[in-house]
Design a protein around this ligand. Sequence first.
Ligand code: GLU
Length: 448
Amino acid sequence: MSIRTRFAPSPTGLLHVGNARAALFCFMFAKKHDGQFVLRLDDTDLERSTQAFADAIQADLDWLGLKWDETARQSDRFERYDAVFETLVAQGHVYACYETPEELERKRKRQLARGKPPVYDRAGLALSSDEKAALEAEGRSAHWRFKLSGNQVSWRDLVRGEQKIDTASVSDPVIRRADGSWLYTLPSVVDDLDMNISHVIRGEDHVTNTAAQVELIAALGGEVPEFAHFSLMLGADGSGLSKRVGSLALADLRDSGLEPISLNAHIARLGTADPVVPAHTMQKIIDGFDMARLGRAPARFDPEDVTRLNARILHETPYAVVAERLVEIGAPAQVEFWEAMRGNIEKFADMQDIVALINGPITPVVETDDAEYLAQARALLPDAPLDTESWSDWTGRLKDETGRNGRALFMPLRMALTGQSHGPEMQHLLYHIGYDEVVARLEAAGKH
Ligand code: GLU
């Protein structure tokens, strides 16, 4: 069997990290098994779906590096859903109902008051053609429900293990509204079948839907795919993510300067007992992924964890991975430079501050007491060209000459050459600033 997964967002909003997790799991599972990953845009809601959101979803997946093999749009497939629907009605799997939302709500309350589960009473199924005609003459139009069997549906969920749902305890789902528009169930099932989806991987909020979907698949004579329902993601404080979508939209995380690999590495392990490990390639994350490792407890997402992982990843990132980006920000295109400086950054953009220190201009900072010391420093600067040994030669000479040591020895030099009291090691800065510029900065400092 060839493995095919699908990520099926509705283009009615921006993706948040919870969606990214679904997409990542679908992608990794497919890639791990030499399968294919399909992006399906669930845009049956024509009012709320927009091209701008569809574009944003694709931009987010591109950024994450989750390449998909095919794109499908539900809005291209309405004719197909109509045809399936007609067959299901003709076969008696789908029936017309005429209750208004208020009438349904009243029924629900009455059932609850009698201590009964609020399951739809199938009044629609009992209507004769005359009764239906009379209701339509009143100006009502039918919405449509799929008739569940009342049997138990079971499946072996790849995350949750053995699952059983008694469909007698679930209302027959409405699959089509009175205005003819689709609810999620039928299009999703028809697409999963038509697109040969082998594994449906999604959040556990869809577990109950699965029973109806399995029965619908059976009604259509299709083969039931494997299911994997992973636990939901919560914010670090335990709040549901959706309430804080704004702050956790992928677009915001991207704009905050995080590396997509850090987000992938973090969310791939979230909700498992396995430690999060830095990764530089998607392949490494895929190799370490095992659906069976996912636990059932909700996964808590804290953006701070990703920031910390981002720093760890950058601190170990090989030069070749970032070489082009270093050129783009005007950094020296040298392995030595990257390896010397990467330990000082949390986000790649921080490297721009280091480049600014090296390229200047900077404003030297000089304490009045240090003017003479800096003049001595200028005199004892080793000859051009400076290299990574020059700093220890220079400060060694200055120590012998002035008797200074520790902070009194180093800090005036750092302040004069960078204008800051902290930063990357002077050994490397001195070398990369270069002889002429070091002289110019020391001379400028002498004029303060
Ligand atoms: N469009 C559905 C959602 O976003 C897809 C669910 C599924 O994966 O089946 O919830």
